[in-house]
Design a protein around this ligand. Structure first.
Ligand SMILES: [Zn+2]
Length: 115
């Protein structure tokens, strides 16, 4: 499962960032263009952190809408479909400004390490 390896990467990242503190909650931004399925990632997060300081932690996933910029007409905004390009002039090769995110935005840790 793709999301399990994503969860493992995220786990390594948050464990490294938290320096031995118990992790309670992790906030993520996940773009609509990401291939990661939020429910699958939530499920993976229930399993992957077992035995680590993030075991039992919650994960909050915020979806980031797709935004594009058209190099031809300067349209900036949400496309009808990323595969249809610019909704104003039809240019196919638009620049993706947002929607590919997969990043940790917040990490909530316990006040005191419990072990
Ligand atoms: Zn355009």
């Amino acid at each position: 499962m793709h999301e399990a390896s994503v969860a493992k990467d995220l786990l390594d990242l948050v464990l490294a960032a938290c320096g031995g503190q118990r992790i309670l909650r992790v906030g993520l931004e996940l773009g609509e263009l990401s291939t990661v399925v939020p429910d699958a990632l939530r499920f993976a997060w229930e399993v992957v952190p077992a035995g680590t300081l993030a075991e039992g932690s919650a994960v909050d996933i915020a979806r980031i809408p797709v935004r594009v910029r058209c190099p031809s007409c300067s349209f900036t905004g949400h496309p009808v479909s990323i595969f249809e390009g610019c909704p104003r002039c039809g240019t196919i090769s638009v620049e993706v400004l947002a929607g590919r995110e997969l990043r940790v935005t917040t990490i909530e840790v316990a006040d005191h390490a419990s072990d």
